[in-house]
Design a protein around this ligand. Sequence first.
Ligand code: CA
Length: 193
Amino acid sequence: MRLVAVFLLVAQIATGVLASLTSDTTTSSSTPTTTYTTTWPYTTTTPKPSKCESPFVKIGARCVFVEPFLEGPWQESRYMCHELDAELAVVDDFQFYYDLLKFIRGEGIDHGSYWIGANDTETEGKWVWVNGETVDFGSPFWAIGKDNYGSYYLEPNGKTSQNCLILDVERALYFDDRECKEEHYTICEKKLQ
Ligand SMILES: [Ca+2]
């Protein structure tokens, strides 16, 4: 959970939340308690915000936070997003995917891979977004690979060993399935009203 704690500090500073928290620190001590949510799947009663505010940025009609500094496993990335009243990003729309890649490259933060919000943990081969929708296979989202015999294949191909979804820097940020315990950066998405 180290990663979550560090991330939260960064996020709190960035959003000014730290200031509001310190006004109620009578019970806080020098040993801060990590308060990430443990609900699964994620649910919240927090009203949806009407504005996309820092550290989130508007990409098209979507509100996302691309976190390019702290790497962690898929589940910790998801906890991070939850702490920001967000979710791992659902990249289910080509225009959004295109705009997101353009943003990542434009900001020069295409140095690593990013967890996004889908897995096939529950049923092998059945990829599901965190909002419960089915993940589309094939082009233009999933990476195409070439095996040792020169034959092309389409991701995902990790079978039961690779159950979480990244934008893979080694595959030009196309979708790839990876082991959920690998450590990568994070893309969160916040729903607006
Ligand atoms: Ca799998």
